[in-house]
Design a binder for this molecule. Structure first.
Ligand code: M6R
Length: 614
C-alpha cells in the first residue's frame, strides 16, 4: 500500500525523508519519490522505479544540492492506476511545475476530472489518478484562490479515498494535508513536524502524535499544526503521547522482521494479558464500558475482520460459544458491509484488526453500528481509526508488527479473545468455577510456556528443508484448530507462494481428498483433545492415499508414528489455548520454507501490510 512521509523544520529534509520511507517499506511499493523545497520558487522532485536504494542513488547524484531543503514530502507507490514506472511515481507536479502532491488511495472520479481539465486545455502526463489533483489545484489558484483555499476546493472535488500531502514552490514553508480513508499521522517535535501514513517512521523522532480523522484537512508549518474541515472551520486534534518504544521496531540480530516477531510472541502475549487477569476468583479487568446487564443480555456476537484477523475471529467463535454460550457469527468484513441490513438487536459487533485501518473492517463496523449493534475493536494500534470508531477497544499490545505476514498480532488477538470469552461467560454465569480457575491458571502460565516453543525452530527448519519444493499443501484441523489450519495455510501461501489450503479435517473426504498423492504434504493438527479420535481416522485416510502426513500431536501420542511422514510433538496444553501454541510452529515452517525458496519474507509480492482500499 502506498506510503506518505513529510518533514518541515530546521534539519536537512532529504535524509529524514529517506529514513522515514525506509520505515514504510514493509507496506509494499514498486516506486518512490521525494519533493524537496530547495529555495523559494524551487521544489526539486526526484523519483525512481524499484527499490528505495535507486531513489537514494538519484538523490546522491544531486551532489549536495538537495541538502539545503528544510521541508519536503516523500512517497512509496504501490501501483493501482498505471504501471510502476518513474513517470507514474509520486510526487506528481501541476502543469506549471509549482505544486507537488503525494497521494495514498484512489480518486474514483479522476476520469471525469481528467476530461474536465482537458477541456480547459490541461493535459495530464502520467497514467495515474493522482495527477489530476495538483493540476486542478493549480487551475483553481489561477482562478484567483490562495493556496489553502484552492486546496480545500480541490479536496472537495475528490471522490473516493485519499490521504494527500501537498506543497507549493512559492510557499515552501507550508505543507497541506487531507485525509479521507487512509491514515495520516503528524508527529510534533521541537520546532519541527514530521508526518506519515503510520506511526512507525515517527517514533524515533517524537512520541507526540496528532491523528487526523476522516474529513480532516491540516496546514503544517514550523510554528504549528492547524486542523480544519472542508468548510475551513477549525477542529481540535490534540497530540497524544504514544508509549511504544521505537527500539521495538528495530531488527536487532534477526534476519527478518517476521522471524523476530515470531520469537517475540511470549512477551507480546504477556503484554496482552498484563493487568487483565483476575486475582483469586475475582473478575477480569478489561475496562469495557458496557454494563453487566448489557453484557448479560447479549443474544449474539458478530465478528468482523479480514485475513489473519478473520481467522482469529473464527477461533473467537469457538471460545465464546464454548465458554459464554452466546451464538457467534464471523463475517468477512468485505461481505458483511454489503449484505442485507438486518437489525443487530442485543448484539455485540467486534472488529478484529491489527492495524485498525483496514478499509473493509472499518466500513463493516460502521454498518454494524448503524444496524443497532454495540461495538468493540480488538486492535493493535492505539489511536487508529478502529479504536476511535468503536464504542470500546481492547488493545492487543503486540507492539509494532513490521512483517507483512501477521504472527504476533494473531496470537495476541487470540489471547485477548480468550479473556473476552471469560468476561462474557462471567456475565452470563455459564462457566463452571473449577474450569474457569484452570483456564485462568493456564493463561497465567502461558507466556512462560510459549518460551519452550523456541526450541521447535530446529525441527521446523529441517521440515522446511525437506518440503520446500512442494507445489501444494493441505492443512487440517478440527474445532478451534480448524482456523489455525486456515491460518497455517495462509502463512505458507502468502510468503512462499506455495498453494496451500486449510480445511476442517472432517471435510477432507468431501473434495480435497482427491488432491492427495505422495507429493502432497498434509499438515495436520491433532492435540489430545475431544476431537482427537475423529481427526485420527481422517489422518489415517490421508496416509492411506500416500499423503506426506506431518502431524502435530500432544507429546507422547504414538498413534501416527507408523503412518506419518513426520510427527511433531507439542506440549500438553489447555484446549482453549491450543490455537496459540499450534500457530507458532506453522509460522516458523512457513518462514523457513519462504527463506529456502528465496522469497522476500517481510515484503511478499502484491501484498500490503495495511489494506486501506476496498
Ligand atoms: O490490519 P488487519 O488485521 O485488519 O489486516 C487484515 C489482513 O489484511 C491481514 O490480517 C492479512 O491477512 C495478514 N497480514 C496476513 O498475514
Amino acid at each position: 500500500m502506498c506510503g506518505i512521509v513529510g518533514y518541515i523544520g530546521e534539519r536537512s529534509a532529504s535524509p529524514l525523508l529517506l529514513e522515514c520511507l525506509k520505515r514504510l517499506e514493509y507496506r509494499g511499493y514498486d516506486s518512490s519519490g521525494v519533493a524537496l523545497a530547495i529555495a523559494p520558487g524551487n521544489i526539486e522532485v526526484t523519483r525512481a522505479q524499484g527499490k528505495l536504494s535507486s531513489l537514494e542513488t538519484k538523490i546522491e547524484s544531486l551532489n549536495g544540492y538537495a541538502a539545503a531543503a528544510r521541508a519536503g514530502i516523500g512517497h512509496t507507490r504501490w501501483a493501482t492506476h498505471g504501471k510502476p514506472t518513474e513517470l507514474n511515481a509520486h510526487p506528481h507536479r501541476s502543469h506549471d511545475g509549482k505544486i507537488v502532491v503525494v497521494h495514498n488511495g484512489i480518486f474514483e472520479n479522476y476520469a471525469e476530472l481528467k476530461a474536465e481539465l482537458a477541456d480547459a486545455g490541461l493535459q495530464l502526463q502520467s497514467d495515474t489518478d493522482t495527477e489530476c489533483f495538483p493540476v486542478l489545484l493549480s487551475h483553481l489558484m489561477q482562478g484567483g484562490l490562495g493556496f489553502t483555499d484552492a486546496f480545500r476546493a480541490a479536496v472537495a472535488r475528490m471522490r473516493g479515498i485519499y490521504a494527500i500531502a501537498c506543497m507549493h514552490a512559492d510557499d515552501p514553508d507550508r505543507v497541506l494535508l487531507a485525509r479521507s480513508g487512509p491514515p495520516l499521522v503528524i508527529g510534533a517535535g521541537d520546532g519541527e513536524y514530521l508526518f506519515a501514513s503510520d506511526l512507525m517512521p515517527l517514533l524515533s523522532h517524537t512520541r507526540n502524535i496528532i491523528f487526523l480523522d476522516d474529513g480532516d484537512l491540516a496546514e503544517v508549518t514550523r510554528q504549528g499544526v492547524r486542523v480544519f474541515n472542508l468548510e475551513g472551520e477549525p477542529l481540535e486534534r490534540p497530540a497524544q503521547h504514544i508509549g511504544w518504544d521505537a527500539v521495538a521496531a528495530e531488527l536487532g540480530t534477526f534476519d527478518h522482521y517476521m522471524q523476530k516477531e515470531i520469537f517475540e510472541q511470549p512477551e507480546a502475549v504477556a503484554r496482552a494479558l498484563a493487568g487483565r487477569l483476575p486475582g483469586d476468583g475475582g473478575r477480569l479487568t478489561l475496562g469495557l464500558p458496557f454494563s453487566e446487564e448489557e453484557l448479560a443480555g447479549l443474544e449474539k456476537v458478530r465478528i468482523l475482520a479480514c485475513g489473519t484477523s478473520w481467522h482469529a475471529g473464527l477461533v473467537g467463535k469457538y471460545l465464546i460459544e464454548e465458554l459464554a454460550q452466546i451464538p457467534v457469527e464471523v463475517d468477512y468484513a468485505s461481505e458483511y458491509r454489503y449484505r442485507a441490513a438486518l437489525p443487530e438487536k442485543n448484539t455485540l459487533a467486534i472488529a478484529i484488526t491489527q492495524s485498525g485501518e483496514t478499509a473493509d473492517t472499518l466500513a463493516a463496523l460502521k454498518q454494524a453500528k448503524r444496524r443497532g449493534a454495540r461495538t468493540l475493536a480488538i486492535c493493535n494500534v492505539q489511536g487508529s481509526q478502529a479504536t476511535r470508531q468503536a464504542e470500546a477497544s481492547l488493545l492487543t499490545e503486540a507492539g509494532p508488527e513490521i512483517g507483512v505476514a501477521s504472527t504476533k498480532a494473531f496470537t495476541t488477538q487470540l489471547a485477548v479473545l480468550t479473556l473476552l470469552a471469560i468476561e462474557l461467560a462471567d456475565n452470563k454465569q455459564t462457566l463452571d468455577g473449577q474450569l474457569r480457575q484452570e483456564l485462568v491458571s493456564a493463561l497465567r502460565e502461558l507466556p512462560a510456556r510459549l518460551e519452550s516453543l523456541r526450541l521447535i525452530e530446529t525441527q521446523m527448519k529441517e521440515l522446511a528443508r525437506e518440503l520446500h519444493g512442494a507445489s501444494n499443501a493441505l492443512y487440517l484441523g478440527r474445532g478451534q484448530l480448524y482456523p489455525v489450519a486456515l491460518e497455517g495455510a495462509l502463512k505458507l501461501k502468502e510468503i512462499s507462494y506455495i498453494h496451500a489450503e486449510g480445511y476442517p479435517a472432517g471435510e477432507m473426504k468431501h473434495g480435497p481428498i482427491a488432491l492427495i498423492d505422495e507429493n502432497l504434504p498434509v499438515v495436520a493438527l491433532m492435540p489430545s483433545d475431544s476431537h482427537r479420535e475423529r481427526t485420527l481416522s481422517n489422518l489415517q485416510e490421508a496416509a492411506a492415499r500416500d499423503g506426506k502426513l506431518v502431524a502435530f500431536v500432544t507429546r507422547g501420542d504414538r498413534s501416527l508414528d507408523s503412518i506419518a511422514y513426520r510427527v511433531v510433538e507439542m506440549p500438553e496444553v489447555h484446549p482453549c489455548l491450543a490455537p496459540i501454541f499450534y500457530s507458532i510452529p506453522l509460522q516458523l515452517f512457513a518462514y523457513h520454507v519462504a527463506r529456502l525458496r528465496g522469497c522476500d519474507v517481510d515484503r511478499p509480492r502484491n501484498l500490503a501490510k495495511s489494506v486501506t482500499v476496498e
